[in-house]
Structure formats: C-alpha cells, structure tokens
Design a protein around this ligand. Structure first.
Ligand code: ATR
Length: 275
C-alpha cells in the first residue's frame, strides 16, 4: 500500500519540504507521497491522533508545533527531549517517536569544512529555538570551546545552563562578541536577522573576524545575507541556511526509509524553489 509522509505546521503553504522530498521519493522509486497539512495549534492533538489512526509512515513538524507536539507522542529521543523540540516523527510499529534532525543537519552541512571540532572555537549568535538545536548538538561533539552571544544575555546563560553536555561555555554580550571575534574558528548566526525584507541588518560587527573562520547563517532568504556578504568580503568561508535545511530533510528521509538520499539533488531542488 502507498505510504503517506507529511509535514504539519501553520502556516505551511511556503514549505519547500514537499517538493524536495517527493522528488527523492520518486527518485528512489518508493511507493509513497509526502503531503503538507496545515494544523492549527488548537487542533494539534486531534491531528496527531488522526495521523496515527491512518497509519502515517512518518512526518515532519514545523513552526509552531515543534515543542507543543512532545506530550502527544509515544516517545521522544533523548537529544530531541533536551532540545525541547521535535522536527521528525517516525511511526515505529504503531508508536510515534520524535527526533530532532535540525542540529545534526547543521553539523552534516559542515562536513566539507570540518569532521571534528575538538580543536575549534565556536561562537553561536542567538539563543532561540534554532540556537538551542544547534548548540546542544554541537556541544555533544566536544568542541574546544562553544560560546553564545545574544542581545538578551540572560537567555544565553539559560541556554548554557540547560545544556545536557559538558561545554564550559561562556555567555557574551554582543559588544564582547564583537571585541573577541578573532578568537573563533566558526561563527554561527542562528537568528532571523538579515532575512527578507530587512536584508541590511546584521547581528554583530565583523570588524575583528578571523579571516580564516567559517561563518554560517541559518537564513536562506536571501541566499546571501548582509552578514555573510561582510564575512565573505573579509576573506572568510561562508555558508547559508540551505545546507541545514537540506540535511535536516535528508536525515528525516533516512530515518523513514533507511536510505540517505542524494543531497546534491535535494540542494538543487531547493535552490530552484528559491529562485
Ligand atoms: P527561533 O525560535 O526561530 O530561533 P526566537 O526564539 O524568537 O526564534 O529567537 C530569536 C533570536 O533572535 C533570539 O536570540 C533573539 O534575541 P533576544 O533573546 O534578545 O530576543 C534574536 N533576535 C531577534 N531579533 C533581534 C534583533 N533585532 N537584534 C538582536 N537579536 C535579535
């Protein structure tokens, strides 16, 4: 019988996942379909019961349900539980189990640059939901240092305290981050600053950036944020949010099918959708 995969969110109309994942479903000749469903927050529990009742094979979860879904699942993997957010659900013999592939997706996107981080100093900018997934997953990889800067420093401190992995992290004000920026090998911008339409905004000045650094931005609209542009002009390597998006989807697909898909194909598909 044809399997159903899905993504639930609200809004959901602009999700790039259906086109990206239906393409690999047909490429690998899997008898399945991936469908977007708009689920209002007050209907989340009912929607999850419905998906379970119809025997959904797996689904993605996006804004605003990533945290709210946790109590309605039959099980949640430890990392997703500590992050407090689920973006991928697997139907394991009738039990809905939640995972978070955002942080690992981000890490996989860095493989062309680094395979390990034990000699790298990392700076995370921001302390929201995306920062949480990236910071916890990265802290698990035991980088030499991983510090957080945020407009509201208290939130950076809280994130560090909540991290289940030994990190020795420091929280920094934005001004401190600007002053000590040359110490960092990897700088990860996890906020929506610089996203369309406010494309000229940047979270911090890059005047002290280490020109050998890798600067990542989770934003992909525009494909090059002002922050990335300034980093590139200083000679740093840059990466946009397309990689994290593509790899979180690839890891979800792997959890559902056992196949790690052709990421190049998925990236090209996403770039076509963003054109
Ligand atoms: P998400 O879950 O999508 O990551 P979020 O939880 O609302 O979003 O977090 C947004 C992040 O962007 C926070 O780190 C926020 O900083 P504060 O904690 O100080 O609010 C940061 N942010 C958003 N707009 C900002 C701005 N104009 N300048 C600096 N930081 C900003």
């Amino acid at each position: 019988m044809k399997k159903l995969f899905a993504v639930i969110g609200d809004p959901i109309g602009h999700s790039m996942s259906p086109i990206m994942l239906n393409d690999v479903i047909s490429y690998y000749e899997i008898d399945a379909h991936y469908h977007p469903f708009k689920v209002r927050p007050d209907e989340l529990e009912t929607a999850i019961r419905g998906l379970k009742a119809i025997g959904i094979a797996g689904f993605n979860v996006t804004i605003p349900h990533k945290s709210a879904i946790i109590p309605f699942l039959d099980g949640v993997d430890d990392l997703a539980l500590s992050i407090g957010a689920v973006n991928t659900v697997v139907n394991d013999n009738g039990k809905l189990i939640g995972y978070n592939t955002d942080g690992y997706g981000f890490l996989k996107g860095l493989e062309p640059y680094f395979l390990t981080f034990t000699d790298k100093k990392v700076l995370v900018i921001g302390a929201g939901g995306a920062a949480r997934a990236i910071y916890f997953t990265m802290a698990k990889m035991k980088p030499l240092a991983i510090d957080i800067t945020n407009r509201t420093v208290k939130k950076a401190k809280e994130l560090i305290e909540a991290c289940p992995f030994e990190s020795n992290s420091k929280s920094l004000t934005l001004e401190e981050a600007e002053a000590y920026l040359d110490e960092y090998d990897v700088v990860i911008q996890t906020t929506m600053i610089g996203m369309y339409p406010k494309i000229l905004e940047t979270p911090i000045s890059l005047r002290n950036l280490n020109t050998e650094a890798l600067v990542c931005d989770i934003v992909y609209n525009p494909l090059e944020t002002q922050f990335m542009k300034e980093a590139r002009q200083k000679g740093a390597a840059v990466q946009n949010g397309v990689e994290m998006f593509v790899y979180q989807g690839a890891l979800a697909f792997e959890k559902w099918t056992g196949i790690f898909p052709d990421v190049k194909r998925m990236r090209e598909n996403v770039l076509r959708q963003l054109e």
